[in-house]
Structures are given as structure tokens and as C-alpha cells.
Design a protein around this ligand. Sequence first.
Ligand code: NAD
Length: 480
Amino acid sequence: MYPDTQLFIDGAWCAGGGGKSSAVLNPATEEAIGCVAHASRDDLDRALAAADRAFRAWRRTPVFERYKLMRRAAALLRERAAEIGRVMTLEQGKPLAEAIAEAERGADAIEWFAEEARHAFGRLVPSKAPEIYQMVTPEPVGPVAAFTPWNFPINQAVRKISVALAVGCTVILKGPEETPASCAALVQVFADAGLPDGALNLVFGVPADISSYLIAHPVIRKISFTGSTAVGKHLAMLAGQHMKRVTMELGGHSPVLIFDDADLDAAINVLAQSKFRNAGQVCTSPTRFLVQSGIYDAFVEGFVAQARRVKVGSGLQPDTQMGPLANVRRKDAMRALVADAVAKKARVLTGGDSPNGADAPGYFFAPTVLADVPLDASIMNDEPFGPVVPIRRFDTRDEALSEANRLAYGLAGYVYTRSAANAARVAADLETGMICVNHHGLGLVELPFGGIKDSGYGSEGGIEAMENYVNHKMVSMLNL
Ligand code: NAD
């Protein structure tokens, strides 16, 4: 039913050298369903040597060959999406349809980056002097250390792997220990497509031990991390000490501005869907709901009704719309955030704890709506990463913008209005890397994906993502 996960080093699956492993739990039942091997220092050294050796050949492999191989990997991922989706639901908890869609979208991402790398042109710059040719050529930065989390085990990994391999880099991926098997299935499709040994390696273990060793190692030329802001800042500091290129996709606390003139029903529908997707464990999840006074009561009433309709249950049940949280830390965090908000006089309009009773197994947490939440409540300041929605009232656009930009986070922002002037003003003034107006349209591989301020830097999508994995070499040549 659920496979144990090994390390993938230099083209072969293997147990960890020290014989260590950790258990994988099913978040819907809290039962151990398998285990994941931990890498020893020797395993990391083997992965580094393999990534280094493979890089010398892979960077010289014609981009058309890399493209064809990646297309094969994408086709295999699509073929296996149903099987991989089931594994993902068992280890992560999300509804099966979402897990399968994640694998299918992963195939789209592989294809998109493979195709885009074929257009990674250099340029010839006219010289001030005769007979001099000035060229700029993109070159892959080198072996990449990538660190990915448990909320989207395929999506987080596939973007880093695909862009790196497409431009000619090799990868050591430190996958998520809590959701390792679907990430391993992704690595397997590249191996089955014919990727040379060592070009992609997968390790697991104690995150801090692996990251401190890989980031400092001279073979590694680039770091890409997705996870919390606190960890991202620490890894960026380590990378800075060793002058390594960095992409950081970190936490968010996305404001949603809903104006009096919004299409209320559409806003409620879209926001309920996007908020409760993956039980709110999404870095771009709509978080601080700021609603203009004229429609505040109607919005709250409609949104609470939608939240109550969300079917919570095991991701394997066909009618489930929201599964459990992925681990006990998130469930504890939701309880603490709700208790703190209530102590500060917020009102719980629906939810507030596990829907099945506090002692029922599984990390389930009901879709929760909090109204009149004061700004000093933790949930208005710390990323909830769960299905809890704090709602506040505003009167003027300036007031809403000032609250939206109050925090150090700057990942995504959402606006609901029929006024072009409101939309344009908010799009211009919101301090976030991504903005959606009247719909939820981000996370697509062809578009830049990333934040500003404490939400990180560098993009995980669009042609901007490729920039982070190449150096631009200048060659100036006198024609003798
Ligand atoms: P955490 O901060 O301990 O871990 C977050 C991720 O970073 C995990 O994947 C973990 O394995 C990894 N990590 C932790 N320390 C590391 C280190 N020293 N070196 C390398 N990797 C390291 O917290 P958590 O309980 O797993 O997740 C909670 C918070 O993390 C959430 O509230 C959210 O803010 C953030 N998070 C963000 C994303 C995202 O998509 N941006 C994904 C998962 C978690």
C-alpha cells in the first residue's frame, strides 16, 4: 500500500549508511505507515561526488537531448499520477483528486522548463572597436542543493529539479521526511526516463545537519529552499558565508481586500475554495481578510456558510474536500492561534477545533472563521498555515492598504472589486510579489512565483526562475 523510502544516490536506491530511519505517519489516522532512510555523512559525500561528476557531462549535453529526456519524464509522471497521488494522500492527507492533480501539474512543469531552456539564448553585443566580438552566454551555475517541504511534496520539488536540470545543473534534493514517498516517485520518473547517474540525487535525514553540510560544501554552487521564514533566513546566512547563489521561497501572510463593490458571491466562492485547499497549508493562502464596512456583515455570513459546507475527512474518501493537517504541529498551532484570538476578544463563528471531537484520531481541524480579530492577536501577525480565517473590517482604501502592508511578509495579495481604480491602486501599492484581482490565478509554471521582504527572493516560476540557475559569461574576442 505505502512504500518505504530509500536514498537515491548516483543512480541507485540505497539504505542510509548509518542504518538510521524515521517513521512516516498517516495524518488521517496517526498510524505509522512506513519509514524513510536517513543519510549519513558518507552518503552525502557520495551524493556530492556524483553530482559533481555528473555536472561535467550534463552541462555539455545538448539542450535538445535534455529536453527530450525531460519530456519522457513528464510523460511517465502523467502515466503514474493516479498511483503517486494515492501515496501522497496517505502520507500528506490532502484529498486524492488534489494529489493526482499535483502530480499532473508536475508533468506540465517539467515540460515547460524543458521547452523554455531551449530558448535560453545568449547575445552578441556590438563592439566600439572593429574586429571584436563581444558575446554573452548563459552557463549553468553548477550542482544545486534543494530543500523542499511537506505541503506539496511533488510541486515544491519538481520546480526546483526541472529548472535546474533543464539549464544543465545537477541536483541534490533534500526531500521532506514527513512525505518522502511521492517525492521519491518523482525522482524515479527522471531515472526511468534515462537521466544519467548522479544528475539527480535524493536524500533525507536531520534537516539542519544536511543543510549545514551541503551549503558549506565547495561542490554546491546554488541553494534553493522552500519553507518557513525563520529557517530561510538561517540558510541564507549560511549561503552568504560561502558566497552561494540562493532562491528563497518562504512564508506569507497574504492580505485579501474585499471592497463594497465586489461581486460578493464570487468572492466568497473563490476565497473559500482557495483558503481551505490543502487545509490552508499553502504559502500563498489568503490569510488576513479585510472587508469594507458596507458588505462586512453579508460577507461574514456568506463565508461562514461556505466554511460550514466544506466536507472534512480522509483524503481517500471521494467526497472529501479538505483532509487533515499534515502533522500534529499544525493542529497544535491552530488550537493555540484560536485560543489566543479568543483571549483577545475575537469571536469564533464556526469551527475552532477538531470536527470529530478533541480526542478523535487524525490531525483534523475544522474550517474556522474568526471575526473582529484585534491586530495584536497572534493570527494577525504569524503565518497560520492552516484552515483558520481572521476577518476584520475597514472603511477606506488607505486604511486597508496600510494594514495589508503592515507585516514584514510580502508573498501574495488578493483584491476583490469592480472598480478599475481600486484594482489599479491596490495592485500598485501592495507590497507583495504576486497579486490577483477578482480571482485566484497564481502558482502557474509560466508565471513568476515568489515573494519580497521576509517572504524571500528569486522566482520559482516563469522565465525568471531560469535566471537563478545560470551565470552569464562574457567573452570578448579579437578576430586575428
Ligand atoms: P519548520 O520551520 O521546522 O520547517 C519548514 C521546512 O523547512 C520543513 O520542510 C523542514 O524540513 C525544513 N527545515 C527546517 N529546518 C531546516 C534546516 N535547518 N535546514 C534545511 N531545512 C530545514 O516548520 P514546520 O513545522 O515543518 O512547518 C511550519 C512552518 O513552515 C509553516 O508555518 C510555514 O510558515 C512554513 N512552511 C512553508 C512552506 C512554503 O510553502 N513556503 C512549506 C512548509 C512549511
